[in-house]
Every structure is written in structure tokens, then in C-alpha cells.
Ligand binder design. Structure first.
Ligand SMILES: [Zn+2]
Ligand SMILES: [Zn+2]
Length: 245
């Protein structure tokens, strides 16, 4: 609780300062874009690793002609996820911005990531008025170690900017899962089985869009989607900031 209060206060102070000083590019340090108020200069904006041509279900990059279809692996596999949109490839400068946000609680990096995601997802949001945004939850122990929950801190302003419903308590993560980073895809899936439970106290929304910062193998999103589908959610998608190739 104390951490989230600290976070809110810092968020407010940061927002107030942002109005007093012109934006500065977080990537190169030059002046940011005054027109959009974005903390990114036009050159760094143009150089962002957009993930425009990708597999509809796993968000891995595809050739321009195949974009929006399924990649070879997705064609021959089942998934509880109907679609995944990753705004960017996990490459420079996202590989620096997202850790700044996640591990160092950089408000500027978080605000920039949310702004860029909202811009990219605007059309998708217009087509998903019935959807509820659900951040991938952290286990409480991890939350205590890290101090705050990056998926929730992305989902909350994203829901506000895109005018979509936020359902932050729909998914819970009662089980402590070991670190995922050193496991391969099969081991990740096993590590995560039963990791998520759905809070069925209220009405389960028919359409859920999971929100996370980074998609690596997709095992976390798949496990969360399976729990939601089993609880009666008809359609599960995911929106993430960046996709690891
Ligand atoms: Zn720049
Ligand atoms: Zn795919």
C-alpha cells in the first residue's frame, strides 16, 4: 500500500514537473517533441522498432505480404489466445526504456511507453469496445520485492487513454513460480501451469485483453489466457509493448 501511495505521489510530482519543463528525448537527450509533449525527439521516434508486420497470434515479425496472417508455428498449434499485438520489437531503445520503467520505476519511460502504445492501439481499441483490459498480475511476493506492478502501471493509463474498461482484479497469481528467464518454452509452460486463477466474484467479461510490458516466449500470456477461457471468457487477446524475437 505504502509503495502504491509513494508511486502515486511521485507520479503526480513527475506530471507537474513535466508541465513546467519542455519534453526531453529520453533516448538521445535532445529536445523532445513539443507538439505531442512526447519525451522523444522526431528522429528517435522515426527510428523506433515498430512491429507492423507480424503474426496475428504470436506477434513475431513476418514479411509484409504475410502480415496479419499466422506464422508456420501458429498454423499447426492451438492457443487460448486469439490474437496478440506487440507494438514494438524488443530492440533498442525499448530494451533500455522498459527495464528503466520496470526495475527503476522511471515515470518518464513509463509515460512514453504508454503514450506510444495508446497511439499504436487506437484503431484496435475502437474495434474492442466490449473488452476489459486485464494486466498480467505479479505474485504478491514479487510485488513486495519490486515495489510496484509494471503491467498494472501500463494498463491503468492505457485504459484511460483508450477509454476501455480496466479489470485489475480479474486475474490473481497465488502460486509462486520460479524465475522464468533461464527456462526454455516447454519448461516455462510447465512452471506456469495453474499459476493464474480467475476471480469469479463478479460477472466474467466476454472479451479480455491481457496487458504486459514484454512478451518473451508467450508462456505467461498463454497460461493466463487458458485460465480465463476455462472461467468462461469467450475471447482472449493480448496487447504488449514489445516482443522478444
Ligand atoms: Zn532523440
Ligand atoms: Zn505466430
Amino acid at each position: 500500500m505504502k509503495d502504491s501511495v509513494n508511486f502515486s505521489v511521485r507520479h503526480w510530482v513527475d506530471g507537474a514537473l513535466h508541465h513546467l519543463w519542455p519534453p526531453t528525448c529520453i533516448v538521445c537527450g535532445l529536445a523532445g517533441d513539443v507538439a505531442s509533449g512526447r519525451d522523444l525527439c522526431p528522429a528517435c521516434y522515426d527510428a523506433l522498432p515498430w512491429n507492423r508486420h507480424a503474426c496475428r497470434r504470436c506477434a513475431l515479425s513476418l514479411s509484409k505480404d504475410d502480415a496479419g496472417g499466422l506464422c508456420g508455428a501458429c498454423l499447426v498449434s492451438q492457443s487460448a489466445l486469439e490474437a496478440v499485438t506487440a507494438c514494438f520489437a524488443y530492440a533498442a531503445p525499448l530494451d533500455r526504456l522498459l527495464p528503466m520503467f520496470k526495475f527503476h520505476q522511471s515515470m518518464a519511460a513509463g509515460r512514453l511507453a504508454v503514450g506510444l502504445m495508446a497511439e499504436t492501439l487506437l484503431q484496435a481499441a475502437l474495434a474492442a469496445r466490449d473488452a476489459a483490459l486485464v494486466p498480467i498480475p505479479l505474485h504478491r511476493q514479487r510485488l513486495r520485492q519490486r515495489g510496484y506492478d509494471q503491467a498494472l502501471e501500463l494498463a491503468r493509463p492505457l485504459a484511460r487513454q483508450l477509454q476501455l474498461r480496466l479489470a485489475p482484479d480479474l486475474l490473481a497469481r497465488p502460486k509462486v513460480t520460479g524465475a522464468q528467464s533461464r527456462l526454455d518454452k516447454v519448461a516455462r509452460q510447465r512452471n506456469l501451469s495453474g499459476a493464474f486463477v480467475v476471480n469469479q466474484a463478479g460477472i466474467v467479461p466476454p472479451h479480455v485483453i491481457l496487458i504486459d510490458d514484454v512478451m518473451t516466449t508467450g508462456a505467461t500470456l498463454e497460461s493466463a489466457a487458458q485460465a480465463l477461457r476455462a472461467a468462461g471468457v469467450a475471447k482472449v487477446e493480448a496487447w504488449v509493448c514489445a516482443r522478444v524475437a
